[in-house]
Design a protein around this ligand. Structure first.
Ligand SMILES: Cc1cc2nc3c(=O)[nH]c(=O)nc-3n(C[C@H](O)[C@H](O)[C@H](O)COP(=O)(O)OP(=O)(O)OC[C@H]3O[C@@H](n4cnc5c(N)ncnc54)[C@H](O)[C@@H]3O)c2cc1C
Ligand code: FES
Length: 368
């Protein structure tokens, strides 16, 4: 379904977007690089897509008869609110990213949850920002840069993006355009390597402290927003730490651990917990009331891990307490939640928790 511009531009009839479950239609697909595509969406009725630049949505899809959820940053900016977009990189062996690339067509309807997320440039206002990204981690900081650019903001931006090769730089033409239009947007591109036949005059290798010193000599005075692969963000944190950076001004978004990392962490956690002799020898019971299953776990196991070991699949997307996908209700028993904004105070008061970041501290009963 398409709209006439008068329907779109009528502010009286146009609603604004709010956190929830929405059916959205894919309007356009843009090939950004060889393995990255942008998907642009709108709703069936005209809606103004307002959100905080840096926030994300969680896609709810049905693949091979199974419901799957994955989170994707909103890569567009709310300054162009008549549609929104996500930018997805193919992950080798990954279910959803490849499904989107291979199956999602212009005109298709899908369900999304959101927008949510604490990693955004509205909640942390600053006069000078340093936007650091690696690979597809560019999406949230691009949304911030687009927002500052489109709103003619005076925020002084330094944008340093790292990519594998020049042809892997996502949004390159737009980044170049923005940096040549205004004074307060300084762009620095860093490529790990270049390929035969490619001209590359930018930085080479990985981001180092010396490079950062050249890119933004005043980086210690800047609010930092960082997103990229785990080793990239670890390196950024280390170099900022060594330089004496004030981490109260540092903000990062992780796109999540791979299942391998999840399993390794859970095993490490369980081994550590078992070593502690102040725990009951046999651990705690977690009972899933609706399915009638119970499982014994050690102190600190998350409710999500407990469910998995009872062969129950609670939907999970971000795995870090931000998207709200894994919400369940605890009917009784002691638990401890370390969430990141994915649940409201009202929900907590009603007994809901986010199972991915809620650990078991005693015998627990769960409504699932
Ligand atoms: C807040 C947030 C924002 C995000 N924003 C973006 C974004 O803007 N763009 C983007 O591209 N991504 C983004 N992501 C990441 C995205 O949500 C997905 O994690 C990503 O697309 C991979 O999903 P997938 O289903 O393709 O891969 P998955 O199927 O989840 O697999 C991921 C990896 O694990 C491996 N794997 C899968 N199952 C197993 C197993 N059982 N054992 C061992 N290995 C296994 C796969 O081979 C693959 O390498 C974001 C994530 C979060 C949390
Ligand atoms: S999976 Fe996102 S909050 Fe748990």
């Amino acid at each position: 379904m398409t709209f006439t511009s008068s329907e779109f531009l009528n502010p009286v009839n146009t609603q604004t977007w709010a956190n929830g479950r929405h059916l959205v239609r894919c309007l356009k697909i843009i090939q950004e690089t060889r393995d990255v595509r942008t998907y642009c969406f709108s709703m069936q009725q005209p809606v103004l897509f307002f959100f905080k630049p840096g926030q994300f949505v969680t896609l709810e899809l049905e693949i091979d008869g199974e419901q799957v959820m994955r989170s994707y940053t909103i890569s567009s900016a709310p300054s162009i609110p008549y549609s929104f977009s996500i930018t997805v990189k193919r992950v080798s062996g990954g279910l959803v990213s490849n499904w989107l690339h291979d199956n999602l067509q212009e005109g298709d309807l899908i369900a999304v949850h959101g927008p949510v997320g604490q990693f955004n440039c509205i909640d942390y206002p600053a006069e000078k920002v340093l936007l650091l990204s690696g690979g597809v981690g560019i999406t949230p900081v691009m949304s911030m840069a687009r927002w500052f650019f489109n709103t003619n903001s005076e925020v002084d931006m330094v944008f340093a993006h790292s990519a594998r090769t020049p042809s892997d730089i996502i949004y390159r033409a737009e980044l170049d355009y923005m940096s040549t239009r205004i004074e307060n947007f300084k762009l620095h591109l860093i490529c790990e390597q270049s390929e035969t036949g490619q001209i590359w005059g930018g930085y080479r290798g990985f981001l180092t402290r010396e490079m950062l010193q050249l890119i933004a000599p005043d980086f210690l005075d800047r609010e930092v927003f960082c997103c990229g692969p785990t080793p990239y963000m670890r390196a950024v944190r280390q170099l900022l730490q060594e330089a004496g950076y004030d981490f109260s001004r540092y903000h990062e978004e992780s796109f999540g651990a791979t299942p391998d990392e999840d399993i390794a962490m859970a095993e490490e956690h369980a081994a550590e917990a078992l070593e502690r002799d102040d725990l009951p020898q046999d651990g705690y019971w977690v009972t899933f009331q609706d399915s009638g299953k119970s499982v014994q776990v050690v102190d600190g196991t998350t409710l999500h891990e407990a469910a998995a070991s009872a062969d129950l699949n609670i939907p999970k997307a971000c795995g870090m307490g931000i998207c709200g996908t894994c919400r369940v209700r605890v009917l009784g028993g002691e638990t401890e939640m370390q969430q990141n904004g994915g649940i409201s105070e009202e929900e907590i008061a009603e007994g809901y928790v986010l199972s991915c970041c809620t650990s078991v501290k005693g015998n627990v009963a769960v409504e699932y």
